[in-house]
Design a binder for this molecule. Structure first.
Ligand SMILES: Nc1ncnc2c1ncn2[C@@H]1O[C@H](COP(=O)(O)OP(=O)(O)OP(=O)(O)O)[C@@H](O)[C@H]1O
Ligand SMILES: [Mg+2]
Length: 458
């Protein structure tokens, strides 16, 4: 009978049956070349195997060719352990890391300060893939080929592994109950920056002001009779559990950004429908259910929310895995933070009833921040401190400064015949046309990198 590590029942069986009894010997590591439960400083590795025998082993810039192996419980999602593996490989200067829960086997290679997936297969396939694994991290090939960049060996479609991507779709709500703090500006341009970095992004507008819908260029009409959003928008997703699924409701916003972004539009009529939705308990979980059906299509979903504690804000926070709270860090915005926290607590109760974990607060994001040098030197550091000290909220490292280009790009127009139509651009696309917008675009790129890192999906 073929060896099937998917039958491992717990972490210690993954360690003993898959790693100790199968992988290490198959890969040519004799018992004197690997160590279990290795503590290096504050780091505790499950396994560390060496291609060259060195006693005692040293991990420094010239550290021997080695591979870290981490075993997880079969129920653990490996995505949640990638950041930690990155930390191990980069801080110990180890070139290869194998991560497995028995059901899935992944191999990562360290590249400078990051790691890259170079192999992935299911547990069932381990025997037929063992030669490939050997080529990458086998003892002999590690000794011989240590100068070869194995990331080039990246095997496309290397397995029948079900998931196309290495991670699951993540949903982020951009919320603060204070109005005008830059929620929409952040939602739209963060989505654009993530898209430009190759992520598949879905942007959801759940604010009846429909500013994200406008900012992504979906309101091109000038007259009510041309309004093509009224009959199919985010409300319709919430209205029914059986109809109006995401592919039917979404619009592709092509002129606004390159590559284009999928957007679920909103509409002013959301206000009048709120009472109706309020009476249907299920309306709160319909976005969750409908997003689940498209989870293979997107890496990241971003939800722009209204500046209130209404049903729509509730839906957004119930649906999201993460929360970003844009704030200009001024007193009024700060005074709203306890309300945000209370709201989050209340939402977490509903989430618990739905069997969902609490929403993870990615942080307060300093937004619309003055670029005045004195302000940045004296006031801004104090304002940042207050967020963690007085409000006990995490603060994101990225900062979105007050830049005229950000309102300018949203207010671009195009003239067709005698009529002027809105033709908004993301800051990322605008920066390709106008050099003065580049600095702001770069600030959004930095934010996108931080988000990707915090989601653990790079
Ligand atoms: N970083 C920035 N630099 C310059 N202008 C900005 C910046 N962020 C937002 N603005 C401008 O401030 C105004 C409010 O921004 P935005 O609509 O993004 O805030 P909001 O929090 O979504 O508001 P609401 O609560 O009404 O939804 C807009 O005119 C926008 O162009
Ligand atoms: Mg807004």
């Amino acid at each position: 009978m073929p060896f099937n590590p998917e039958l491992c029942r717990n972490e210690s069986e993954v360690e003993s049956k898959l790693i100790v009894q199968y992988l290490l010997p198959q890969l040519g590591y004799t018992p004197d070349t690997w160590h279990q439960e290795v503590a290096v400083g504050s780091i505790r590795l499950d396994f560390l195997a060496f291609a060259a025998q060195v006693i005692p082993f040293v991990l420094d810039a010239n550290s021997p060719l080695s591979v870290v192996m981490e075993a997880k419980h079969p129920k653990q999602n490996l995505n949640h352990h990638v950041l930690r593996l990155r930390h191990y490989l980069t801080s110990l200067n180890v070139r290869y890391g194998l991560l497995t829960n028995g059901k899935e086997i992944r191999i990562y290679q360290k590249l400078h300060t990051n790691i890259q997936l170079i192999f992935q297969c299911s547990g069932k396939e381990v025997e037929i893939k063992i030669d490939e694994i050997k080529t990458l991290i086998g003892r002999e090939s590690l000794k011989e080929g240590h100068l070869v960049d194995k990331s080039k060996v990246q095997i496309e479609n290397n397995s029948n592994f079900e998931t196309k991507r290495q991670h699951s779709m993540k949903t982020i709500a951009i919320y603060h109950n204070k109005g005008g703090v830059g929620k929409t500006t952040v939602a739209v341009n963060l989505a654009a920056a993530l898209r430009k970095k190759g992520k598949n992004v879905l942007l959801v507008d759940i604010d009846s002001q429909a500013n994200t819908t406008f900012a992504t260029g979906l309101i091109k009409f000038q007259f009510e009779e041309d309004d093509n959003l009224r009959e199919l928008n985010v409300y319709h997703l919430l209205e029914s559990g059986d109809f109006n699924f995401i592919p039917e409701v979404l619009r592709t916003s092509d002129y606004f950004n390159n590559p284009e972004i999928d957007v679920i539009p909103s509409h002013i009529t959301l206000i009048e429908y709120q009472d109706k939705l309020n009476k249907i308990l299920a309306s709160r979980s319909r976005l969750v259910t409908k997003l689940k059906r498209v989870e293979d299509n997107y890496d990241i979903v971003i939800i722009d929310t209204p500046p209130s504690r209404d049903l729509y804000a509730e839906v957004a926070l119930i649906t999201s895995d993460y929360l970003i709270i844009p704030s200009d860090l001024k007193p009024f915005a700060n005074q709203g933070l306890p309300t945000v926290k209370n709201f989050v607590n209340q939402i977490n109760e509903s989430r618990e009833m739905m069997g969902k974990p609490p929403i993870s607060i990615m942080g307060v994001l300093a937004s619309k921040i003055s670029t005045n040098a004195k302000f940045l030197q004296y006031n801004f550091p104090k304002q940042r401190e207050v967020i963690s000290e007085r409000y006990q909220l995490p603060l994101m490292e990225a900062v979105i400064y007050d830049r005229t280009a950000l309102s300018e790009c949203m207010n671009q127009t195009i003239t067709v015949g005698d009529l002027e139509y809105p033709d908004p651009k993301s800051i990322i696309k605008f920066a390709e046309l106008k050099t003065s917008a580049q600095i702001s675009a770069e600030e959004f790129n930095v934010l996108a990198d931080e988000v990707i890192q915090k989601l653990g999906i790079d």
